[in-house]
Write a protein that binds this ligand. Structure first.
Ligand code: GLN
Length: 316
């Protein structure tokens, strides 16, 4: 049986919780225990080890226990703490949004690389949303970007921060997700350069060929994989953010049909895709005949995770 409350120290409770999570089939039992305990005590994970002998009081125990019970049912740590780190930034998350994944940093990196094609240009970038329209750094690109399906806002907010003289349109179908993204944009200091719009893919936007980058991490989980998703994902994250129809590509297909009409010449579309989908998505992009380069980029696991394509100069 568990020790009496007064004898629970940080180290003891970490050990006990890790074992409990292991028997409950919780993924990453030790990390889950550490993150939830640190959150309950208002400490960092490092603090836990610096204060391993510190006893927990009744209130701390009660707070921690409530989270442990929820985690044992599979609820993701990020929803329990309300936070997830992405690109070393702290994002707020709720169950209305997909939890940002480390592999999505591959999409951000691919977009930043593509952004180097663009130089400061007053003609293409009014940046009226930005308080300072003068770009004091001659090498810093200026343009409008677009993200479709923003969720927590991790992608568009990171790009806006990394590219300080760009302005963005950020679209999602879910009003609840947009509220989370808007809050993150404010906290992370880029709300004045991102316009959040509720909409179904590109349906609410005029095809004006004005965007230099169009990034999207759309739902792409195919039917065959849905049942095999871990319960942490399947039972807790928004199905709307994951389910990609029969072959996983139903939304990506619709977006690819129209994306080029929204890109300026030389502009890039960047799509996150699931394991094994890159060749098909590359073919879909090529079939539009609107792009002169189509490239696939691997994530840190060696999985082809991003397909990007550059709109050619020719096509109107
Ligand atoms: N990478 C997510 C997963 O593994 C899927 C994200 C998406 O569908 N865009 O569940």
């Amino acid at each position: 049986m568990a020790p009496a409350p007064e004898s629970w120290t940080i180290l003891k409770i970490l050990r006990w919780t890790t074992d409990y999570f292991t028997t409950k089939g919780v993924s990453e039992p030790r990390t889950s225990a550490e993150v939830l305990l640190a959150h309950s005590l208002g400490l960092t994970r490092l603090d836990l080890y610096l204060r391993y002998d510190q006893p927990l009081n009744q209130e701390e125990l009660a707070r921690f226990k409530a989270l442990v019970l929820r985690r044992a049912q599979g609820e993701p740590v990020a929803y329990l703490t309300g936070h997830r780190e992405f690109w070393s930034l702290d994002f707020h998350v709720t169950s209305a949004v997909l939890i940002p994944r480390p592999e999505t940093e591959t999409l951000v990196a691919a977009a930043l690389e593509a952004a180097k094609d663009f130089k400061p240009d007053k003609k293409i970038t009014p940046l009226e949303a930005h308080p300072g329209t003068q770009n004091p750094e001659p090498e810093t690109p200026t343009f409008w970007g677009l993200e479709i399906g923003v969720g927590s806002g991790a992608i568009v907010i990171t790009l806006a921060r990394e590219l300080p003289y760009t302005a963005w349109v950020a679209v999602d179908l879910s009003a609840a997700a947009l509220a989370v993204a808007q809050d993150n944009a404010s906290r992370l200091g880029v709300a004045d350069r991102i316009r959040f719009l509720r909409g179904d893919l590109l349906a609410g936007l005029r095809p004006e060929s004005r965007f230099a980058l169009l990034a999207a991490n759309l739902p792409y989980v195919p039917r065959a994989e849905w049942e095999r998703l871990p319960r942490d994902i399947k039972d807790f994250e928004p199905r709307q953010a994951l389910w990609g129809g029969e072959d996983g590509l139903s939304l990506i297909r619709v977006l690819v049909r129209q994306a080029h009409e929204y890109l300026m010449k030389g502009g890039w579309v960047l799509l996150e895709v699931g394991d094994g989908q890159a060749p098909q998505v590359a073919t879909l992009l090529q079939q539009t005949e609107a792009y002169d380069r189509v490239e696939t980029i691997k994530d840190f696991n060696g999985i082809e995770r991003v397909v990007r394509a550059r709109r050619s100069d020719g096509a109107g």
